[in-house]
Write a protein that binds this ligand. Structure first.
Ligand SMILES: [Zn+2]
Length: 237
């Protein structure tokens, strides 16, 4: 039986990773430690957010547009902490994300532009585990699967992108955060506090920062060492 490759062995072959998710704060909540590990390993990491999270607040004093603008800035600050090079937001409406022609095409456009080796995303399957899984997190997972295979690599998909000069690109791996039957565990012990620091930039999502830091510390203490983020890893030829 062959041993499973380690995180280090996997990423040594690659130079670029794209985190493609639904909302500002999803990259850090789902895979912030792994993002830090990837950038520290020398990979260039970009984020592509399909919505700007314009429903993510109970504050009635904020309009949807104001909230969206704030959340994108929060996301850029958080990404900087983790060494991410670029954040792009497509501004599709929060809450109703669909793997439509337009959304998949826009994801393919970014994949063909950036040419990531790895795309990280959220689980397209799980409707609920401890609580209800957010609709957009599932939809984002489907968008990624549809965009990576076969659309990004096949020139017959989205001829308008070919006309823009964007040639097909083959993504090598998809890492599904908290996906079914996880087979990759990334040790985030050394970057756990950095992940917390990044998360704290999402001020609209964290009502009480002191209480949040305590919750993170308690979570960390309750975990066996090393602390990990887990993924289902799909390898594509
Ligand atoms: Zn989310």
């Amino acid at each position: 039986m062959t041993e499973k490759p380690t995180f280090e062995e996997i990423v040594a072959k690659y130079s670029r990773a794209l985190v493609l998710v639904a909302h500002p704060d999803d990259p850090e909540f789902f895979c912030g430690g792994t993002v830090a590990r990837l950038t520290q390993a020398g990979l260039t990491v970009h984020y592509l957010l399909l919505t700007s999270g314009d429903k993510g607040s109970d504050d009635r004093a904020l309009s949807d547009a104001e909230l969206a603008a704030i959340r994108v800035v929060e996301q850029e600050q958080a990404a900087r902490v983790l060494g991410v090079e670029k954040v792009t937001c497509l501004n599709y409406p929060d809450g109703f994300l669909q793997p439509s022609y337009e959304v998949v095409r826009d994801a393919v456009r970014k994949i063909r532009e950036f040419k990531p080796d790895i795309v990280l995303t959220t689980d397209p399957h799980t409707l609920y585990s401890r609580g209800v899984s957010h609709h957009d997190h599932r939809a984002a997972g489907i968008v990624v699967l549809d965009a990576v295979f076969p659309a990004a690599r096949n020139h017959r998909y989205f001829p308008e992108l070919l006309a823009e000069g964007l040639e097909p690109h083959v993504v090598r791996e998809i890492w599904i955060s908290r996906g079914q039957d996880p087979d990759l565990e990334v040790d985030i012990s050394a970057v756990f506090d950095l992940r917390t620091e990044a998360l704290l930039h999402h001020k609209t999502q964290i009502r009480n920062p002191e209480e949040f830091v305590k919750r993170m510390e308690n979570y960390r203490r309750a975990q066996p060492e090393p602390v990990t983020e887990r993924f289902r890893r799909l390898t594509l030829g």
